[in-house]
Every structure is written in structure tokens, then in C-alpha cells.
Design a binder for this molecule. Structure first.
Ligand SMILES: C[S@@+](CC[C@H](N)C(=O)[O-])C[C@H]1O[C@@H](n2cnc3c(N)ncnc32)[C@H](O)[C@@H]1O
Length: 283
């Protein structure tokens, strides 16, 4: 029989790939076509070896045991998810929010205490961008207050977001004045900055699997949901299910922001498009 262990690299057999991808898609919505096999193999290799195992079959037998599900499933999800993100990613969204939408929304719906949810927040750049955009807006509209919920399936990224520590290259595109206002430099490492505590405190974190039947959040309570570049990993049916749940958590007139390559086309949802990839609840 062909060995699955070659030069210290554990090869993934097709059956193991099927077992793992079926589990990940069912539990977390993330599609894993066969073209992702080598990506999966290389991301999980270190983990398999660190457990002293020499095949994916034995690794999955362990992972799907009661013990493995408790000890390892979180680590595996951390390794499988794609967490690419940036400060001020798709900047047009934040411009539209603060320059166009918010003044109207505050008046029309008499809302001065916003509740915003960043669903699939990754390492925190999206919710911290919202803090910066809203704080800048508050200079002109001090009557506005806000609270931010940031959630993700991966505990590793939530921890990074909570800490709010970034390398210099991550913040290089933020204007200098804003960097001074919202970040402080590390005293021990010239390459690190940290979001100031008064701005870190604006965000609450929660681990939420968007595949769950219900989210433990109040209904019709959010003014805005940002779920950008997350649904792209799900198939169309799962996307529609998640979006329907989001609609139930948005207030009348509230907004849903999706990523640049995501859309609600072909879905029957109580949403109307107000900008590219920005939708408003119609009910
Ligand atoms: C590419 S990042 C997007 C980050 C940010 N929203 C942005 O646009 O820059 C996608 C995030 O979705 C999260 N994710 C994937 N599947 C998820 C699920 N089932 N429930 C919650 N979050 C999920 C991943 O862990 C990852 O951090």
C-alpha cells in the first residue's frame, strides 16, 4: 500500500478529504471542492504531525471522536477558515454610511443609539474601521452613540481582534492623523501598534456560527449588519438561509452590507439595493 507519509509530509487520501469536507460544509457552511484538497492538506499537516499521527485517516478518527471534538475541532476550524481582511476594506461602504446614510437615518427613524453587527469580523480590522468611521462622524454629530458586536466562527481571530495589536504594515493605509488618534505605539516593539483601550472597549465579541438555526441575539435589534466576504464561501442555498436570518435581526430601515463579489440576486428577501452590495430592509 502506498504510504501516506512522505518526506515528513502527510498526504491526504480522497476518502479523508470527503469525510472532512462533508463535515466542514455541513457544520460551518464552508464549501470545500476537491480543488481545495492541497490547501487543506498543507494547512493541517503540522497539526496532524504534532499529534504524532501519520495519516489523515487516523487524524479524522481522532477528530470525530468525543475527545477530538472537544479538544481539536476549534483548532481545525481556525486552520481551515480564510481570514483575509483589511482596515477600510471596500472604503465606499464607510463613506456611504457616514456621508450619506446616517444623517438621513438619524432623522427619519429617530435613531441616535446605533447597534451594529460585524458578522465574520476576522482579526478585527472591519469593526475597528467602523469605530474610526463612527468616531469621526461623532465629531460633527455628538448626539450619536453606538454599540458594536463582532463575531466569527474562529476563536483565534476573535482573540486577535480583542487584543487589537497590529504590525505597522497592516495600518500603513490609515491616514496619519487617524493613526495618531486611534492607535498607540508599542513601547517594546517598534513594528507594533495597538488600538487605544477606549476604542477597543467599544466592541463586544461573540463566537457565532452563522450556520446555527438561530443566533442568540435579539430580533429586529440591529441598525446595520456587515457581513462582507463571508458568504462567498457558502453555497447559494446556505447564503439565502443566512441572509433571511439577518433580515430578522435588522430594524426597519436598517442596512445590510455584503462583500464586493456577493449579491442577493435571485433570492426572495425583504431587501432593496441602495448602493452596490448595500441593501435596506423593506418591511
Ligand atoms: C475573508 S474573512 C472576512 C473578514 C471581513 N468581514 C472583511 O470583509 O474583511 C471571512 C471570515 O468569515 C468567517 N467565517 C467563515 N465561516 C463562518 C461561519 N460559519 N460562521 C461565522 N463566521 C464564519 C471566517 O472565520 C473569516 O474570519
Amino acid at each position: 500500500m502506498e504510504s501516506s507519509y512522505e518526506y515528513g509530509f502527510v498526504k491526504m487520501d480522497d476518502e479523508s478529504f470527503d469525510r472532512l469536507s462533508t463535515f466542514v460544509t455541513r457544520e460551518y457552511g464552508i464549501k470545500l471542492p476537491i480543488s481545495k484538497k492541497s490547501m487543506l492538506e498543507s494547512r493541517l499537516n503540522k497539526k496532524v504531525k504534532s499529534l504524532g499521527l501519520d495519516s489523515y485517516k487516523t487524524f479524522l478518527d481522532y477528530l470525530f471522536s468525543k475527545e477530538g471534538m472537544q479538544a481539536e475541532v476549534f483548532n481545525v476550524i481556525d486552520l481551515i477558515t480564510t481570514n483575509k481582511t483589511d482596515f477600510f476594506r471596500e472604503a465606499a461602504h464607510f463613506q456611504f454610511l457616514t456621508q450619506d446614510f446616517l444623517p438621513r437615518y438619524q432623522q427619519e427613524y429617530n435613531r441616535n443609539a446605533l447597534k451594529i453587527w460585524s458578522a465574520g469580523c476576522s482579526t478585527g480590522e472591519e469593526p475597528y474601521t467602523l469605530v474610526m468611521a463612527l468616531e469621526e462622524y461623532r465629531r460633527r454629530h455628538p448626539e450619536l452613540t453606538y454599540s458594536l458586536l463582532a463575531s466569527d466562527i474562529s476563536l483565534r481571530v476573535i482573540q486577535t481582534a480583542f487584543q487589537g495589536i497590529y504590525t505597522m504594515d497592516r495600518v500603513e493605509n490609515i491616514p496619519m492623523e487617524m493613526k495618531r488618534t486611534y492607535f498607540m505605539r508599542s513601547k517594546t516593539d517598534a513594528d507594533l501598534v495597538r488600538v487605544k483601550p477606549q476604542y477597543r472597549n467599544k466592541i463586544q465579541y461573540k463566537r457565532i456560527n452563522l450556520m446555527d438555526d438561530q443566533y442568540s441575539l435579539s430580533r429586529e435589534d440591529y441598525d446595520m449588519i456587515f457581513c462582507r466576504n463571508v458568504l462567498i464561501y457558502f453555497d447559494k442555498q446556505v447564503q439565502e438561509r443566512v441572509l433571511r436570518k439577518f433580515c430578522g435581526h435588522l430594524r426597519r430601515g436598517g442596512l445590510l452590507f455584503l462583500g464586493h463579489s456577493e449579491s442577493i440576486m435571485g433570492m426572495s428577501l425583504p431587501l432593496k439595493q441602495v448602493r452596490p452590495t448595500v441593501y435596506q430592509v423593506t418591511t
